[in-house]
Design a protein around this ligand. Sequence first.
Ligand code: SF4
Length: 297
Amino acid sequence: MNLTFTEELPPGAIPIYVDASLMKKSGCQLAFSLTLKGLRKIIDDPILTLGKAVHKFAEVTWENDLQALAAGRDVMVDAKLDAAEFISVASTRPAGVIPKPLVVNGRAGTEFYFETPWLTFIYKGTIYVIIICGTIDHVSFVNGVMRLYDYKTTRYYKIGDALSKYKYEMQFTFYAWALWKFGHKFFDLDIHNSIRELKLTFSVVVIQIKTKPPKWTISSPQGFIQSDLENFENELRKALVANLLPYLDGESASNGRISNACAQCNFAELCYAAPGMEDALIASLYTQKQYTPKSHT
Ligand code: SF4
């Protein structure tokens, strides 16, 4: 597979959307392949809905607090859940700690979505294009530094446990690399230049929803060095080749079994099902639609 850099969409190319969520599956060819086929487990967990409501609140609150509360409450009500827990979490948000979002193309940089072509290749006569994409919860630009934030709602009672869980999240490096590499496509030149100089930090905003009262904690800003981002890009390329070829050939190996990846995999019921049960399981436990980052939020 010969991967060629491209800034534009080659005519007629089939897009393959690559985001951090997909790459988290790259330790198992089968999990990667099933994700790319758009298979997604239906998870009916109130904490996920509460997380969505808090994200909605955090997205809108820069424009209008009351509208933000209403937007978050609507998420809960639509899921037929009591909105009181959401209101309790939202009302403890610390004011003035997270800087105002950067305005990008006339829109506040919350739930900031980016996508851009990166690599193209021809395989068995078909042209493909790999599109790098993602959604960053909050993007700010303060004193010449790009500051990125990601909200994580958690059941952890100890803040140290929650911060440890996210300390080495691949997702943050993925976003930093994408902005460092393609920032000229999304931002004005002065901002792009700052990012190229690695005036760029990432913080996770941990929201403990089970403490009384709920608590918001912002981690220390994490910086990045160029060699790490370059290594990340090299590893990303290798992982894509290792996983895309079996996906395109329909021959993905279930190699997550040898790395204990199955323990956290949403496809485990399917993989470990009795022979002949797969179709019934897919119909009852999963949804399927074309994989794009926006289809899976
Ligand atoms: S359950 Fe295991 S083998 Fe199956 S897709 Fe997930 S990680 Fe791979």
